[in-house]
Design a protein around this ligand. Structure first.
Ligand code: 13P
Ligand code: SF4
Length: 360
């Protein structure tokens, strides 16, 4: 499988002095944890070791937890993150973290979600410009317009939305719970926003039970996958005498989901890939962002046979170790997440409703 290039280091920011740090030990730890010795070589790891060591030192001194989404680069995931996962898991971690500061290495809507769930904490987002085609694809007034057309339908909004959009919804959902939460909502109709492709998957799941009203936005990464590559890889696996298991994220188009063996969140895809990859004669194709494949490689106890290619989310990949260091040392105004109290209060209700419905 072709993996993305190593992150290019922003030249404007310096690497901290090595000082008393054990650079050699840290470089070896990083190389071991990332598990891609031919790409993340000792030399590459040695270059970033002063950064990871300094960030980890500052975390202790300043009572900071670093939460990173799976799609972040391996130097962040294995170098400095205290928690890594999908958006549902990370929301719960942000809600319950004992530290006084949360640094969220990911896209903006996830950092905003952390602020809604922990308003008393300082939430730092190193890359304020890191957006998401889904959260930018809908506004609070779009939701209000849908509610006026379908006044009796509860509104479920995907977590990939701004705080203002969450404030208009009845319940928030993620890729790990949208089917069950939507199914269990009262009534025979539902407004589901903003992901049209995930909404079509939901529509199919609720056929004959509920009418689903959709909005038109999609994930620029997952919407671009096609079922043709699945067919090609199945033929190739067959030729090599391998059984191919295809695992896809629900933000993909319906033809991709139908051609797949498993549909789930980034974390569920990872767990399934590790389980299947450990079986003899099985190859795995992960239809999602490249970070999931990099975690599967790092966290599998034996080499895993990965087929096909992954795609990079340009928003998720905006954050570098240098940005994290700068944001902990001296966060700029827009790196500190601030949300109006009235929006926090209303958006919090939709997230609390999600936790209640997913854990009962
Ligand atoms: P997950 O919750 O599955 O990690 O999805 C988040 C996301 O942005 C997928 O593109
Ligand atoms: Fe948004 Fe898609 Fe990137 Fe996820 S992968 S953050 S949904 S653009």
């Amino acid at each position: 499988m072709r993996l993305p290039p190593l992150p290019s280091r922003p030249s404007s920011m310096g690497i901290p002095e090595a000082g008393d740090f054990d650079i050699d030990g840290e470089a070896n730890r990083l190389m071991e944890r990332i598990g891609q010795r031919l790409r993340w070589t000792y030399e590459a790891c040695k270059t970033i070791a002063p950064l990871t060591l300094r960030i980890n030192q500052l975390k202790q001194e300043e009572d900071v937890i670093i939460i990173a989404h799976t799609y972040q680069t391996p130097d962040i995931v294995y170098g400095v993150a205290d928690a890594v996962g999908d958006s549902y898991t990370l929301s719960k971690i942000a809600r319950d973290a004992p530290q006084s500061t949360i640094l969220f290495s990911s896209v903006r809507f996830m950092a905003e979600t952390a602020k809604i769930l922990s308003p008393q904490k300082r939430v730092i987002h190193p890359s304020p410009e890191a957006g998401c085609s889904l959260s930018e694809g809908i506004s609070a007034s779009d939701v209000r317009a849908l509610k006026s057309i379908y006044p009796n339908a509860p509104v479920a909004c995907y977590i990939n939305t701004t705080a203002a959009v969450k404030a208009e919804c009845d319940v928030c959902v993620t890729s790990s719970n949208y089917l069950t939460i939507a199914e269990n909502l009262p009534g025979d109709e539902i407004i589901f926003v903003p992901d049209r492709l995930m909404g079509l998957h939901l529509k199919k799941h609720l056929e004959g039970k509920k009418t689903v009203h959709l909005h038109d936005a999609d994930c620029e990464v997952h919407a671009a996958f096609s079922s043709t590559s699945i067919q090609r890889q199945r033929k190739e696996a067959n030729r090599r005498g391998l059984e191919l298991k295809v695992l896809a994220h629900p933000e993909c188009d319906s033809d991709v989901l139908e051609a797949s063996d498993f549909v789930g969140s980034s974390e569920r895809i990872l767990v399934e890939a590790k389980r299947l990859g450990a079986q003899d004669g099985v190859a795995v194709m992960m239809i999602t962002e490249c970070g999931t494949a990099e975690r599967a490689i790092a966290e599998s106890s034996a080499p895993i046979e990965l087929m096909g290619s992954c795609s990079m989310c340009r928003h998720m990949k905006r954050t570098h170790l240098e940005d994290i260091l700068q944001a902990i040392e001296s966060p700029a105004g827009d790196q500190i997440v601030e949300i109006e109290d009235s929006i926090i209060e209303r958006a919090r209700l939709s997230l609390d409703q999600m936790f209640k419905l997913s854990e009962t």
